[in-house]
Design a protein around this ligand. Structure first.
Ligand code: FUL
Length: 511
């Protein structure tokens, strides 16, 4: 071979190799938690970068829980109020038959994975005997002041294999230091008690409410300091709502958005803060996502175009099984029906959110029979719907369908372009009206638009359509009987990666 041919051959090989690199999806391109856009990126480049932002380990574990329980309990339970005043007589707190195991069993039986307890609500009353205040269970007749409800719930969670989370209201209507810097010390002391005395804590939930304290002053919360304490003492715990790991969906109705992104634009200041305190690692993650978190559109291409960076900030839907967050006897007849809870399930878990459902315990210290009945029915009916994935009887597919039913995000189909499809043939005609999709979010959230098509009357017809998928998306549509379907990704931030697919026929009792 002469030198010229040798050179040309190598040049060609080089070009082919470079072309391969530039069009292949580099699986190693991952940005944990957040990514700051370099100057001069085009919208398309920004969108592609956003596709490679992935959850931190703690965020991923949190997301996989899907369904969790909130328990609002405290002095309000005994005064029949939603918000207290901080001036209540602690001796009013006197549950007659409190059984934290009944709470844990109820949550476990319903398929929930964690209990979040209101250790202190805005009134300042503590469910544990804090060393730093007398306004707690230790000043009550319950167990002659020797009780510790945080311990009882944490222990019950361990016994039932549930995770445990703490709600500690920064707003405190009782503490005399509220409104001064000393209050931040008090708050950190309380946080430290909760994070060191009860074993593992999986989520810390800070409410956004900031009202006046006993002196009529408002407090400047030192969130950065609070986050540091949590990261140091419980590095696996996510910090929710007023925190860097989990975002409030924006309503308390139980209904999430049709388009729910876990990767959102982040503002400039916020990005430097994130980099500094490194949300990626075990940093404190001080942040401020850009824009209004209750808007309908949180992640469109138009928003990304103006963004300085992006962050993984998934949505949590909190809603109560009753009209109020606390137990009120008059609401015993207003417990949400199983069908309403099922609708909420589809509108939260089925729309890329985690569902945090409040089950307020009553004055006895028990979750009321009516609430348990609704929950049990919800679980029974949903189990019935999702008992059998029709994909298990697929006979032919453009992809090996085993990867879609193994429960693993890490085994997935990757499209060859941003609009690609998977075709599936069943053994004979199948009747169904639910489609479940999951993206491999360990490599990012990408799908922006998809449709489900069925082979009907010798042609492909649209059966259902959706926008974002994320961790989980469930579509409900009128029952159709088909032998062949295809899941078509129409638009995606980068090559789509689908990890799980399910086709189901809903139980008649859902309606
Ligand atoms: C709200 C609070 O004001 C309610 O009392 C309740 O705790 C709910 C979960 O969050 O912001």
């Amino acid at each position: 071979m002469n030198m010229k041919v040798f050179f040309i051959n190598y040049l060609l090989l080089g070009i082919v190799f470079c072309a391969f690199l530039s069009c292949s999806d580099n699986p190693k391109e991952k940005y944990v938690g957040s990514y700051s856009f370099p100057e001069g990126l085009t919208v398309v480049e920004k969108v592609k970068k956003a596709a490679h932002v992935v959850p931190s380990e703690r965020q991923l574990e949190w997301q996989k829980m899907e369904f969790t329980s909130f328990i609002c309990y405290g002095i309000n339970t005994f005064t029949d109020k939603e918000w207290g005043t901080g001036g209540e007589d602690p001796s009013l707190f006197n549950p007659t038959n409190l059984d934290a195991k009944q709470w844990a069993k109820t949550a476990k039986d319903a398929g929930m994975k964690m209990i979040l307890l209101t250790c202190k609500h805005h009134d300042g009353f503590c469910l544990w005997p804090s060393r730093y205040t007398e306004f707690s269970v230790k000043s009550t007749p319950w167990k002659e002041g020797k009780g510790d409800l945080v311990r009882e719930v944490a222990d019950a969670c361990k016994e039932y294999g549930l995770k445990f989370a703490v709600y500690l209201s920064p707003w405190d209507m009782n503490h005399p230091d509220y409104g001064t810097e000393r209050y931040n010390d008090y708050f950190v002391n309380q946080l430290t008690e909760l994070l060191t005395q009860y074993g593992r804590v999986d989520e810390v939930w800070f409410d956004g409410a900031c009202g006046e304290g006993p002196n009529g002053k408002k407090q400047e919360y030192d969130f950065k300091r609070y986050y540091e304490v949590i990261r140091r003492l419980q590095p696996e715990a996510v910090i929710a709502v007023m925190g860097p790991d989990v975002r409030w969906v924006g309503t308390e109705s139980g209904y999430g958005r049709d388009t729910e992104w876990s990767v959102l634009p982040a503002s400039a200041t916020n990005l430097s803060d994130i980099a500094e305190s490194s949300q990626q690692e075990a940093g404190s993650g001080t942040f401020l996502p850009s824009g209004d978190m209750v808007n309908d559109d949180l992640g469109s291409r138009a928003l990304l175009a103006d963004a300085k960076g992006v962050m993984w900030y998934p949505s949590e839907v909190d809603v109560s099984i009753r009209p109020g967050w606390y137990y009120h006897e008059k609401e015993d007849s207003q417990v949400k029906s199983p069908q309403k809870l099922i609708d909420i399930y589809y509108s939260s878990i089925g729309k890329n959110s985690l569902l945090l459902l409040n089950l307020p315990s009553d004055k006895r210290g028990l979750i009321h029979e009516n609430d348990i009945h609704s929950l049990k029915e919800m679980k029974r009916i949903l189990d019935d719907t999702f008992r059998h994935n029709l994909l298990l009887s697929a006979k032919n597919s453009s992809v090996d369908t085993d990867i879609f039913t193994d429960g693993l995000l890490e085994t997935y189909w990757q499209g060859k372009s941003e609009n690609d499809m998977i075709e599936i043939s069943f053994e004979g005609k199948k009747l169904f009206d639910r489609l479940v999709l999951q993206e491999n979010i360990t490599e990012g959230q990408r799908i922006e638009k998809f449709i489900l098509e069925g082979w009907i009357d010798n042609g492909w017809k649209c059966m259902a359509e959706g926008t974002t998928v994320g961790y989980k998306r469930i579509l409900r549509f009128d029952p159709v009987e088909v032998e062949k379907v295809r899941v078509v990704v129409i638009e995606s931030r980068d090559l789509p990666q689908i990890a799980e697919i399910g086709f189901y026929k809903a139980s008649e009792e859902e309606r």
